[in-house]
Ligand binder design. Sequence first.
Ligand code: MG
Length: 146
Amino acid sequence: MKTKADFPNINDRQPEGLKDDGNPFRVLIIDDSMFVTKQINQILTSEGFEIVGSANNGESGVEKYKELYPNIDLVTMDITMPKMDGVECLEKIIEFDKDAKVIMISALGKQDLVKKSLLIGAKNYIVKPLDRNKVLERVVTTLKKQ
Ligand SMILES: [Mg+2]
């Protein structure tokens, strides 16, 4: 288990990725871009989050979610993917677990799909290009939502 001591910081703050009990928040990344997956992975693991899985299309994303459940705290969901897109994948995950915490990762110009996703039950969204502070801020806010 990682502790505060693994993340030395001049402000000595608690890493955002750790729960009060010291265990990491567990994240599934669903994205067809290896670059974006790696980016999210790097941003989150640097704050102590644990990436418990990744999937590169909606179909395997749903499967992965069911496999990991209930040992999963958050999903980052790309919108545009082959086989099954992020909106449909979100729908299927919410159908399976209505309390799932899903953040949509959207390209510019996809406002309609973002709105649709929020209506379906996505808790938040982030517009690409990804910025470290924005990603952490949205992830932390989403984890606090009930
Ligand atoms: Mg994509």
